[in-house]
Design a protein around this ligand. Structure first.
Ligand code: FAD
Length: 384
């Protein structure tokens, strides 16, 4: 089903027992600590889970994106959304970008240990003054001999404080998208300081501000030619947006199953909540929305795996899955009554966690603009 073969299912099976053994029992502890431990990456790396779709030339398995889908779906079973977010920020957002645009030397230096889980990566694009409008970033990298000297700041960076290297968007040229490069900044570079941010959700993933004060980084750490970074960032968005679609769908299934169980178990006025037609209908609407979201998500995955143009379809998938997750969360929380506001309740934690996904990797408004453009709705198209 959905293009999954026996091999994908075998992969799912081994991941499921790994998550049950090594992740779920510790997920709440990691939420309290505000980060996943380094050992998680090492354990995932030792079993080959971090390099599933990265090149075998650098220690990966070179498999298709459906394996990444399985990885995200199974990590989500731990109930702590920050866990797949942290792992995906490392393998998909950061390391995949190095594979897309980096030199052979950089790939050997960073991909191999990243796939092994020996080093942790982050992707640093967003700045205090530039989020959706990536083309307006201001963190500046100036060439000085064999180095670049970087000054500026990044914010909301997943794995910001736990990472060993940050694939960083910097301005190396003039204004706009054509003056942007990507450069790998080792976390121990003098002049780089990091501050963890306090969030309302996704507590097991660490999110941080980064400050670059005359950070000197070797010029060989640049990904591809100078001023070519914008294209790589946009290319990377496709995988990132699919990952967030998968997280949202897996999260919705978890929420709905929890709500159904609660609806059966909880009694009010001498009957189960699901004996009230209103709750059967509300959960029926929710499962219908979930199925629709999954259909869009699997269409995006299918096109992406086949290498077909699918920017609009992936945007639709991310928009619909993440927005639907917010409305499904509200329904599934409501049936939990007061428990839906208690930190100890899985549903409550999933509820607050889903709010980040209509923002990260392209807000719903930005995605609507992409979809509008692809559907002949932009003003320029109308005029032509
Ligand atoms: C938990 C979390 C993790 C994150 N992890 C990372 C990470 O690892 N790396 C990274 O680089 N970034 C990361 N981000 C940042 C994220 O990508 C940005 O928050 C996002 O791109 C939006 O940017 P902004 O917050 O500056 O909002 P803004 O761009 O200022 O947007 C504010 C509002 O204006 C709207 N808006 C903007 N432009 C338009 C437009 N053209 N039309 C209509 N409305 C518009 C937006 O949709 C939004 O509603 C993370 C964010 C969160 C919440």
């Amino acid at each position: 089903m959905h293009g999954f073969t026996d091999d994908h299912e075998q992969f799912r099976h081994s991941l499921r027992s790994f998550v049950e053994r090594e992740v779920t029992p510790y997920a709440l502890q990691w939420e309290h600590e505000g980060q996943v431990p380094r050992e998680l990456f090492q354990k995932l790396g030792a079993l080959g889970f971090l390099g599933v779709r990265l090149s075998p030339d650098y220690g990966g398995a070179g498999l298709d994106f459906r394996y990444t889908t399985v990885l995200v779906q199974e990590l989500m079973q731990c109930g702590s959304v920050g866990v797949p977010v942290a792992v995906m920020a490392h393998v998909e957002f950061c390391t995949k970008t190095i594979e897309l645009a980096g030199s052979d030397e950089l790939k050997n230096a960073y991909l191999r240990p990243a796939i092994a889980g020996d080093i942790i990566g982050a992707l640093g694009v967003t700045e205090p003054g530039a989020g959706s409008d990536v083309a307006s970033i201001r963190t500046k990298a100036v060439r000085d001999g064999d180095d670049y000297v970087i000054n500026g700041a990044k914010t909301f960076i997943t794995n910001g404080t736990i990472s060993d290297f940050v694939t960083t968007a910097v301005r190396t040229g003039g204004p706009g998208h054509s003056g942007i490069s990507l450069i790998v900044v080792p976390a121990d570079t003098p002049g780089l300081t990091r501050k963890r941010l306090k969030k309302i959700g996704t507590h097991s993933s660490d999110t941080a501000e980064l400050f670059f004060d005359d950070c000197r980084v070797p010029a060989r750490n640049l990904l591809g030619p100078e001023n070519n970074g914008f294209k790589a960032i946009m290319q990377g968005f496709e995988g990132e947006r699919l990952v967030l679609s998968i997280i949202a769908c897996a999260q919705m299934r978890l929420m709905w199953n929890t709500a159904r169980q609660h609806g059966h178990d909880r009694k009010a006025f001498n009957q189960s909540l699901l004996d009230f037609q209103v709750w059967r209908h509300r959960l029926a609407d929710a499962i219908t929305s979930i199925e629709a979201a999954e259909a869009l998500m699997y269409r995006g995955i299918d096109l992406y795996v086949r290498g077909e143009p699918c920017n609009a379809e992936i945007s639709m998938s991310k928009l619909f899955c993440t927005e639907t997750a917010v409305s499904v969360a509200r329904e599934c929380a409501q049936i939990h009554g007061g428990m839906s506001h208690m930190e100890e309740c899985l549903m409550a934690r999933l509820y607050r966690d889903c709010l980040a996904f209509t923002i990260g990797a392209g807000t719903s408004e930005v995605l609507r603009e992409i979809i509008a453009g692809a559907s002949g709705l932009s003003p320029e198209r109308k005029r032509s």
